[in-house]
Design a protein around this ligand. Structure first.
Ligand code: GLV
Ligand code: GLV
Length: 335
């Protein structure tokens, strides 16, 4: 039987090809590079069996109610899943005849295929921030380059440094593997619990959040955004960091308290920050963080390589099709 599917965005061609060739789905697509308006989305999902979305769509009770009981599979073209309401997706509730029913929607996501691209971008952002590349090109272009000066545009180097990883997963490991040849002295990490089998790959030492803040010359945030990690990079963390430390976030903006980060950057509590993610996205152009020379802000592009975005698209399509067939998905999120 052919399933009805809604795709909330113009996704890269590989995934669309897989859906077309499958003969398994009849799909409608929001054929735009911009997000589908919420009202439109709520109409379009009515009665669908499957939904393929991206991270700008909030998948909550309102949307799931609008879709109705046919919806059994959700596939997000992202590794992050903070835009999905997990309790709502698996929820059981009492209906008017007091019969317990389950939404029981299965969820696919796209880990691993983007790890290399995200790690590469994280290293690029780290070096851009620590070696002040944005300031430097600006100075060169706008006449600030009067002459060669001894301490002008000096930054911080990776050689002999301690790199801290907040949330050690595949991405954190991939970042550390790439930083190692820069002669990093020591890797440390914190997480909800030690992850010895992963940490061993990069000989990283498990430390408390306090020690992570105190010891890190570079602190990379690589954790998922969950209720537990919401705002954990706050005054308490920044105030314990070195004045020479560089803070890098390529996970989710919600992990950071941005007012506290602004304070830490503007008072020189820390040396610099590189952010690929913010709250909200896009960050308004008049946001105070944009006024700071020591803050580099990118528009959420960590996974943005042609290879990776196509691989994410293909994996999202394959997750959806497997889910609709009632088979295990290539990458299924355990709710
Ligand atoms: C990007 O941020 C993703 O979650 O894939
Ligand atoms: C994401 O792929 C992670 O687990 O770090």
């Amino acid at each position: 039987t052919v399933s009805r599917v809604y795709v909330t965005r113009q996704i890269p061609p590989e995934g669309l090809e897989i859906l077309r060739k499958s003969g398994q789905v009849q799909f409608e697509l929001w054929n735009s590079d911009d997000p589908v308006p919420r009202e439109e989305l709520l109409k379009k999902v009515k009665g669908v069996d499957g939904l393929l979305c991206v991270l700008t769509e909030k998948i909550d009770a309102e949307l799931l109610d609008a879709a109705g009981p046919n919806l059994k599979v959700l596939s997000t073209m992202s590794v992050g899943f903070d835009h999905l309401s997990q309790p709502e997706l698996k929820k059981s509730e009492l209906n008017f005849v007091c019969v317990c029913f389950l939404r029981g929607i299965r969820v696919g996501y796209t880990p691993e295929v983007l790890t290399d691209a995200v790690a590469e971008l994280t290293v690029a952002l780290l070096l851009t921030t620590s070696r002040r590349l944005i300031e430097a090109t600006h100075e060169a272009k706008t006449g600030g380059w009067g002459t060669w000066r001894t301490l002008w545009l000096c930054g911080y180097e990776l050689a002999n440094s301690t790199v801290g990883i907040l949330g050690l997963g595949r991405i954190g490991i991939a970042i550390a593997e790439r930083l190692k040849p820069f002669k990093v002295k020591k890797f440390i990490y914190t997480d909800v619990a030690p992850r010895p089998e992963l940490a061993e790959i990069i000989q990283a030492e498990y430390v408390s959040m306090d020690e992570l803040a105190k010891q890190s010359d570079f602190l990379a945030v690589c954790c998922a955004l969950t209720p537990e990690t919401q705002g954990i990079c706050n005054h308490n963390l920044f105030s314990k960091m070195k004045n020479t430390a560089i803070f890098i976030n390529t996970s989710r903006g919600g992990v950071v308290n941005q007012e506290d980060l602004y304070e830490a950057l503007s008072t020189g509590q820390i040396a610099g920050a590189g952010l690929d993610v913010t709250t909200p996205e896009p960050l308004p152009t008049n946001h105070p963080l944009f006024t700071l020379k020591n803050c580099v802000i990118l528009p959420h592009i960590a996974s943005a390589s042609y290879t990776t975005r196509n691989a994410m698209s293909a994996l999202a399509a394959n997750n959806l099709l497997a889910g609709l067939r009632g088979e295990p998905m290539p990458k299924e999120l355990k709710l």
